[in-house]
Write a protein that binds this ligand. Sequence first.
Ligand code: ZN
Length: 389
Amino acid sequence: MSTTLITNITSLVTNDPERGDGPLGLVEDAAVVLEGDRIAWVGQAKDAPEADHLHDAEHRSAIPGFVDSHSHLVFGGDRTQEFNARMSGRSYSAGGIRTTVAATRAASDEALEANLLRYLREAARQGTTTFETKSGYGLTVEDEARALRIASRHTDEVTYLGAHIVSPDYADDPAGYVDLVTGAMLDACAPHARWVDVFCEKGAFDGDQARAILTAGAAKGLLPRVHANQLSYGPGVQLAVELDAASADHCTHLTDADVDALAQGHTVATLLPGAEFSTRAEWPDARRILDAGATVALSTDCNPGSSFTSSMPFCIALAVRDMGMTPDEAIWAATAGGAQALRRTDVGRVVPGARADLALLDAPSHVHLAYRPGVPLVREVWQKGVLLG
Ligand SMILES: [Zn+2]
């Protein structure tokens, strides 16, 4: 297997405190050796071993590739008009998803896959090397299963979200829809997914329904994660912790008991500031969650309705500017935090044995991702040891 030495890295975020300064394990004047799709060596450039190929980082900084642990990328159509209307004064409600459901059902497999690939490439150009994505715009047995089949060709982190909203076909029979989601739809979807998720929110699924859906998914081998406490206070976060979900996503409206539960459990609080930005909603309070001792991840929630951004750097800038995170905390949350929200140890860190995923920045340090918002600083992306072109 051939090796590549990437050297002349001004400052490298490893997320390994044993390897460098602070929680980010920052190494100055660093180098990394890649071997195949793995990292073989990390340290100071002056100590670097020889390799088959030499790649000069030209004094750029480097970070682990972003781990975007929450997106909704299997969809048809877009929601330009809804966004335009909302920004002109109308409030957001969960019902807008129905527009995308209709467009997704009408789309061919080829169109859905081409759309997914378009946004994956867009995210990769901005430094994302691991991503999760979900179903949730089909809401029939076949449409949910095909969304997961398509997604699973492009990532291992596939989530069954038949419980995104109650299908319009079951508007008068929500209990019947929960039976479908926990029955025939689950049977068709489980083979293509790793995770089961539910939108636990007023107007979507209540705590009892969410528990039934997550428990049924777990019985089929799917691991739980929850859309929790986005639009209002509710049972989602505490249910997520109780079921040892990998992540409670959104966490915008939290009681003290919710924060305590997150601090005591193993469930990551995944914050999705693109959603609050795009709906002019109240920001999640990252500072409060971090100060309580809970783990925070940052993710895009990329979807055509409430957060149509694939940019992790944009989410980092928002988290620092408006959610009380330090630049270091935000970088960690967007890399190692995302990995923890997916229960992965092989991504989100630059350490020997980890996947060879790196983003090189046209900046002297990772802090510039928050300091220079909206500027395309990601210059090079290495994914599984390959420099993306
Ligand atoms: Zn979501």
